[in-house]
Ligand binder design. Structure first.
Ligand code: ADP
Length: 470
């Protein structure tokens, strides 16, 4: 058995703002099949504290953790061991894990997540309740300082570290004046360390000081070594390419089971969705978006290309929230009778959109892996995606060769701009009106293996290599 502590700022179903939570929630069960004993460590936000309950045992009490006492409480998530950093001075706040009620970052986020990293390093070094990990699996910038703390505490020679990039756009950068508050040493504040243009970068710390690095698709791993995608980290990732892996996310195929085995049964779900969102019960391709409404997700491109879809008799139903100007722009677009927008985050609704739609649109400018296109495949709701990151790795494009070989599962456009998106919307509409081809594609999509089987073996192999040193 390899013992791994997975450390993250989100974990489904306890707390979720995006795909990171799904992955962290799914990993323990996925890797258990490969003889990995994974425990998960998360911050004690109110939702998490509520889930473990008042009676959750305290396994350790650490005084003086970034401005107060932190207790490590034990609980369970989906029957797997969970550790929670109970530190009210850092985490007992309403709402989103990262943002205050005005949508701005909490001013002390650096310390809040340094504390998570500190506690992770403490557990790795000293063990907890008779259990000590051989490997720390760290996720995103919130855990980037853990390898440094581990080294400072003397645990780095025994415990290996894997740092996974779920999204390189978020970097946890703060001013150099926080150096001592964050318990960092000035000798590491260099270009070869975690210094980034005169600031401290928690993400860079994770990339520099971890033994292994992974990201959530092979194509994103390649893209990250290029300036257009690397967000300043392309140099360090190029240097460390020998320890960089791209491992695709899987999905929980049981939790995402479509309410039909035969995609022809979609018809009644489509009609129900059209009624629910107030679209006419027309026969053209009904496209959905289930997404954060941000520039990353290419929502502005979609607004520009939308007339093409409508021109071909298509419809659009958007479920999402995010940047105010995009929410407003979609609300204006919804004056057209064939466009609907529902602003909010609603998992049950997301499933009804997937079941009822013909197509799911994911026109992201970059996409580390992307989960919604995987849910689309599972539901026979064909993904139309930008050719980037995990979207490139999970969809088989309906070009002439793919269609002739009968292997296509969706549509990919490139370059990532409104005119290429428009062109692909036209191509998709043409195929939609050829029912035999469309049905073949739906069956291909629904038959694709999307679970964790292959990827969990890849993670387990890395854990085994890292554990060999302990
Ligand atoms: P990201 O993590 O960049 O937001 P992913 O595609 O990896 O993108 O994961 C997004 C996750 O959040 C998926 O599980 C998706 O179904 C879900 N999601 C996004 N927006 C909504 C929404 N408005 N309502 C319900 N689920 C949503």
């Amino acid at each position: 058995m390899t013992r791994v502590l997975s450390v993250a700022s989100e974990c489904f179903p306890l707390i979720k703002t995006g795909g990171l939570a799904d992955v962290v929630g799914a990993l323990p069960t996925a890797v258990a099949a490969h003889d990995v004993d994974m425990h998960t460590l998360v911050p004690g936000y109110p939702a998490v504290m509520h889930a473990i309950g008042d009676a959750a045992p305290t396994l350790a009490t650490l005084p003086n953790v970034f401005g107060g006492t932190a207790r490590v409480r034990s609980g369970q998530v989906d029957g797997r061991p969970l550790y929670v950093v109970d530190a009210p001075h850092l985490y007992d706040r309403p709402g989103n894990p990262y943002l205050n009620a005005n949508g701005a970052d909490w001013g002390d986020n650096a310390g809040r997540f340094a504390a998570l990293s500190w506690v992770a390093a403490h557990i790795a070094t000293h063990g907890l309740d008779g259990w000590a990990p051989q490997v720390l699996h760290l996720h995103d910038w919130q855990t980037g300082l853990a390898p440094i703390y581990l080294r400072q505490m003397g645990g780095a020679s025994r415990v290996g570290t894997l740092f996974t990039i779920h999204n390189i756009a978020f970097q946890g950068v703060v001013g150099a004046h926080e150096l001592h508050w964050l318990r960092l040493r000035s000798e590491d504040f260099t270009m070869d360390g975690f210094e980034y243009y005169g600031h401290i970068s928690a993400l860079k710390a994770g990339l520099v000081f971890s033994d292994r690095i992974s990201t959530v698709s092979p194509t994103y791993a390649q893209e990250l070594m290029r300036p257009e995608f690397g967000r300043g980290m392309q140099g360090i990732l190029n240097e460390r390419r020998n320890v960089l892996s791209g491992i695709l996310n899987g999905i929980d195929t049981q939790a995402w089971e479509p309410p039909y085995a035969d995609p022809r049964k979609k018809a009644s779900h489509k009609a129900a969705l059209q009624r629910e969102v107030g679209l006419p019960e027309a026969d053209g391709p009904l496209c959905v978006v289930i997404s954060r409404l941000t520039e990353q997700k290419g929502m502005d491109l979609l607004l520009e290309a939308l007339p093409t879809l409508l021109h071909h008799g298509g419809q659009l139903a958007v479920l999402g929230n995010g940047e105010r100007q995009l929410e407003e722009a979609f609300s204006r677009a919804a004056h057209d009778q064939n466009v609907s927008i529902h602003i909010g985050y609603d998992e049950a609704r997301a499933r009804r959109y997937l079941a009822g739609a013909d197509v799911i649109l994911v026109p992201s400018r970059f996409e580390p892996c992307g989960l919604t296109q995987l849910y689309g495949l599972r539901f026979g709701t064909l993904p139309l995606v930008a050719l980037t990151g995990g979207l490139a790795d999970t969809v088989v494009h309906a070009n002439a060769a793919g269609l002739r070989a009968g292997v296509s599962t969706g549509f990919q456009f490139h370059p990532i701009d409104p005119s290429a998106l428009s062109g692909m919307l036209s191509h998709m509409c043409e195929q939609f009106y050829r029912p035999a081809i469309w049905r073949r594609m739906q069956l291909n999509a629904m038959g694709q293996s999307l679970d964790w089987e292959a990827s969990s073996a890849e993670y387990a192999a890395i854990y085994t290599q890292l554990a060999a040193r302990s």
